[in-house]
Design a binder for this molecule. Structure first.
Ligand code: NIG
Ligand code: FE
Length: 416
């Protein structure tokens, strides 16, 4: 077979387990291939190994692009499975207020926070939303992120929710980062439904969800299940309808208060339960008996100056932990997954081996893509990153430094 792209002499790291997601203790067993090579043909990985000599069936010719990764690390393309990529406006004023001690939920209750992003997103045109999203995806790509989940939720009306998801669709068609769409119409209470929460839930169930399905604009449905936002009961109604319509589910669970979002994720067979800063022991136990991936967002705890999610407890309970940025204009204005990896080590006591599973195979699994993405194996899509350091252990260690040298998406070198 003819090889289109060969990366050689690198330290190749990938999940060693054959079963995905990779759970608990097994997240320690990272496969590390010294002097490793990865061979790609078309969009696929067609071979992985160590040393100088390739198997005879892999043919190198003059047209093969060869990258010498000596002294560098080769990883799977990173996957960010929780972002709010598309929004109008920014909230730097609120950022500095919080830095001076103001509380996130209090700002939200006073009509700021998510509501101010909703006003700006409603006012933005589709082209403006796509343009700002395009810029942010470039940041992410430059840091080795090749797959990104993107939520709506700054419209809270039919037109703007569809506009946000339409912006994701436009970006999916014109740039290389793979985008996964999630409908988050249940992100806050819109001003129009002040005092009529059930009215808004009915509107989501009867009008918005069916339209999003009909237009095929989202793969997942998410709800911000939180005190003062959507109760467990309201969330359950939305998720039930979403399931009936054929959506897969994810949830903002137990972020500020222990409400039982983790238990709801287990009960409803969700793909992921995200945040979990305040998850209870029962919540962890319930997740352990489910297929939901717990997605931890330590950059949000960092920005909000809240306690971090109990990652060690979850790992010890055998959960397949994943990590994401939660990139959004309020609680987490960073798109830097590398920073998230460092915070996970520093403040959640995760090891670099666990962290790499969390931002590759487990993140891909939470998006229903672990059969195709998230590890370096023959037959998988050739999404690869080359970092300019000689061991993967230096990647979370150089906090906040972008060490990415080369990014490959579906067999194509797209950066530099
Ligand atoms: O995931 N928790 C709710 N939603 C976002 C924050 C959104 C915002 O502040 O704009 C989050 O943290
Ligand atoms: Fe979020």
């Amino acid at each position: 077979m003819h090889i289109d792209l060969l990366i050689k002499n690198g330290q190749v790291i990938t999940a060693a387990q054959a079963e995905y997601p990779v759970r608990g203790k097994k997240m320690q067993d990272l496969e590390v291939i010294e002097q490793g090579w990865v061979a790609c043909a078309g969009k696929q990985i067609v071979g992985v190994g160590a040393g100088e000599v390739l198997p005879p069936d892999l043919e190198i010719t003059e047209s093969t692009q060869v990258i010498d990764a000596a002294g560098q690390v080769v990883t799977p393309g990173l996957v960010d499975p929780h972002t709010h990529l598309i929004f109008g406006g920014t909230r730097e004023d609120e950022f500095y207020l919080r830095a001076q001690g103001a509380d996130y939920m209090e700002i939200m209750e006073a009509g700021g926070g998510i509501a101010s992003s909703v006003r700006a997103t409603r006012a933005a045109s589709l082209a403006e939303l796509a343009a700002s999203g395009r810029k942010r995806l470039k940041w992410m790509l430059s840091m080795g992120v090749t797959t990104v989940e993107c939520k709506s939720g700054y419209g809270l009306d039919l037109e703007t929710e569809l506009k946000q998801l339409e912006a994701v669709r436009i970006l999916r068609q014109e740039q290389p980062v793979e985008l996964v769409s999630t409908f988050l119409g249940a992100h806050a209470w819109p001003a129009e439904y002040q005092g009529d929460q059930e009215g808004y839930v009915d509107f989501l169930l009867n009008t918005v969800l069916p339209r999003v399905k009909e237009a095929d604009l989202a793969e997942y449905v998410d709800v911000f299940t939180e005190k003062g936002v959507f109760s467990v009961e309201q969330s359950r109604r939305i998720f039930q309808k979403a399931k009936e319509l054929g959506f897969k589910l994810r949830i903002h669970a137990d972020e500020m208060n222990t409400l039982g979002g983790a238990e709801l994720a287990a009960e409803m067979g969700m793909a992921s339960a995200d945040h979990l800063l305040m998850v209870s022991d029962q919540g962890i136990e319930a997740l352990g008996e489910s297929d939901a991936v717990p997605i931890l967002l330590p950059a949000t705890a960092f920005v909000l100056r809240k306690p971090y999610a109990p990652a060690r407890k979850m790992l010890d309970a055998g959960l397949p932990v994943a990590l994401a940025t939660d990139f959004n204009p309020g609680s987490c204005p960073t798109a830097n997954l590398g920073l998230v990896m460092s915070l996970a080590c520093l403040y959640m006591a995760m090891t670099p081996e666990e962290v790499f599973h969390a931002v590759t195979i487990n993140a891909a699994h939470s998006l229903g893509r672990s059969d195709r993405l998230g590890s370096i194996e023959t037959g998988k899509q050739a999404d690869l990153v080359i970092f300019d350091v000689d061991t993967y252990k230096k990647i979370p260690y150089f906090v906040g430094v972008n060490l990415v040298e080369t990014v490959i998406k579906a067999g194509q070198v797209i950066q530099p």
